[in-house]
Write a protein that binds this ligand. Sequence first.
Ligand code: ADP
Length: 760
Amino acid sequence: MNQPAAVGGAEAEAELEPEPQPSSVHPAVANEDQKWPGSASAPASGAKEKTTSTVPLLPPPPPGLPLAARRALASLSEEAAKLRRSRRSEEGKPGRHGRLKKTKRVVTVDTSKAKTSAEALKICIQQLKWKEFPTGRRHLCDIYWHGSSFHDGEVSSSGQVNKYPGMTELVRKINFSRAVRTMQELFPEEYKFYPRSWILPEEYQTFADQVRVSKENDSSWKPTFIVKPDGGSQGDGIYLIKDSNDVRMLANLHSKPAVVQEYISKPLLIDKLKFDIRLYVLLKSLDPLEIYIAKDGLSRFCTEPYQEPNSKNFHRVFMHLTNYSLNVHSGNFIHSDSVNTGSKRTFSSIVTKLSMRGYDVKKMWSDIITLVIRAIIALVPELKVYHQTYIPPGKPGPTCFQILGFDILLMKNMKPILLEVNANPSMRIEHEQEISPGLFEYVASPVDEEIKVAIIRDTLCLVDPALKKNNRHQSCLTDGAADSDKEETIEAELHDMNGTPSSKEQNWSSLCLKQVFPKYSRQFSYLLIVDRIALLFIRFLGIKGSMKLGPTGFRTFIRTCKLSNSNLSMASVDILYIDIARRWNIIRGDRGESGMCFQAFMEAIFHLAQRRYKTPPLREQVEALVNFCEYQLEVQEDKHILYGRGTTDQRLSLTMYQPEGSRSGATNHMHLLNRMSMSNRLPASSLPTSADQQLVNSMSSRVTDCSPAASFSPNGWDNLGCRFCRNANQSCSVIGLSDVRSQRLKLTQILRPSVTSYFM
Ligand code: ADP
């Protein structure tokens, strides 16, 4: 496509944005009034920042004011802020009776590497009354804000960094497509939100073959594909094709690989224009997984009326690509001071519009939340591999959090489609405007400011070091998420996204980030199988700091997990290792460190699972293999503790919570549950019912061969017990709960899937 040169605007990717302009203090205290997406008459939910100061805050400058004027206002505002600060510090001086008033420790933020996020960050830090260090600090800070990646300069040995190591690499188009593909192989129905994609040049032939076969099978299928260079951004180098033969410069793809993807040719249109959604997601913690979604985002519009793709309009970027950085060059681009109009609007304004037109926006939100959680679940396993490499457990290092930008397209039927995830979404709150021909200036962008300031401020609130000491605040922010006993579904909770704030929110009305994980974790826990594979991989990596498993590590894995048998000799294990590791090193162009990368290990696991459990679907094969491996590792650990190396307490806790069956093979899980029941940990009424027993019995009777299910869990309850008790620490808290109904639910959730996956 002929594309105009990209210019970094507010929505351009930060990596490619020009270096920040000389920092100017933003005088506005952001208007915290936030509309609730989907509410036609949005409640003014924002509680204005409380200030005890008698020095008035300056009103926000009129939108669209040139940067120079804003800077002048800014310096005035800074004077006022200084005065407020001096009054506050006076307040902290000894009183008449010589007693020092207790002053709160101020949170410190190093913004020296914040690049284009600096302006928005400055506003947030001022609002929170924290301390900013724009040129860095000799002493340690609480929070380090990086503009590009974890590795922006030297990484602190403590505090918190706003990037995860490896995230930038993992969300590149090829790596992300691979991660989602793995999940699609295991859970095809759940991962339909990502268009079918092929990696070029590696999968060119598969792409060509699959398209040919599909066309032969269905002559009415007239697909369009979009080719996107790996690592590209702002629509750079993207073009549409109708056939595999149209892929350009095949020979060059070796040096410049790309992803070719099914083009969504029937997007939802507003005012005849295609648009996409930039949604902000906070990955607050990897372990335990904590995900927050911003209630509002941005909608970016094309600037030419949409037509379904045909060879005559393929090259029309303003019709097909929603990138701000492209459309801003169109004569039709509308800069608007209102968040409801123009070529870039708030997502909430779109939701309101759709709601008024009768679309089911609740369902749409539910689908979007589901999409976000599933996409993150696809990313997290390899992210953990990076994390343990760069921040090894037990060594000094920062903790991480990260704001991600999800680019989502709504189809005509309102189904959301994930286009890509940005590790470094632009947090710029100004845009470039041509004041006179050839003369550009940065002016405030009210839409960007409204959305981005709230997101950064909420993020800072959530990672506030004081929160760790103050669970009361935490519980407000997580909106009761810690209450794992409460059964929640996304659908039931959606009033939060649609206009009726919950009572808790009335206290924290300015919050725009909503926790979705672990809040809805139950609905997604079965997807965490790749996560468990990542933990196996990390366990056998051996040398800290390595991201690849050596041949000895792989052999140790096979031996420890007792995977070699008459069907799989150690010699064939070695061949498998060499074959898979070498192929992946070629695919990834890794000429440096040899060994087996995580993706290669995944392939090995799939191979071993298929070889061992011949008939069931891949997902069940893999689940059974992972269960088996974990079980073997647990047994080893039990032995380790039992044969003298564990403490008395550890031994005691094992005999309390583990089925004797896991060691002697004689006891079943029923005994364990009964024993716990007797010790008042589990009321008898919450024991599995006779229907559960029958289910297990019927499953058990089907086990006739010497499959691992039969060998390591010879009777139904043992099987349940193994699964149940191997998670002893978690399970104990389950058993300790008082609500019988939720216990039963938990039990059946824990027990049933394991039974079905072993015995079906
Ligand atoms: P970049 O990182 O270069 O912006 P994207 O994957 O975001 O690449 O694609 C750029 C734009 O192309 C998107 O904003 C969207 O408008 C359009 N696009 C991308 N993939 C598809 C697709 N599969 N179907 C329809 N439109 C797409």
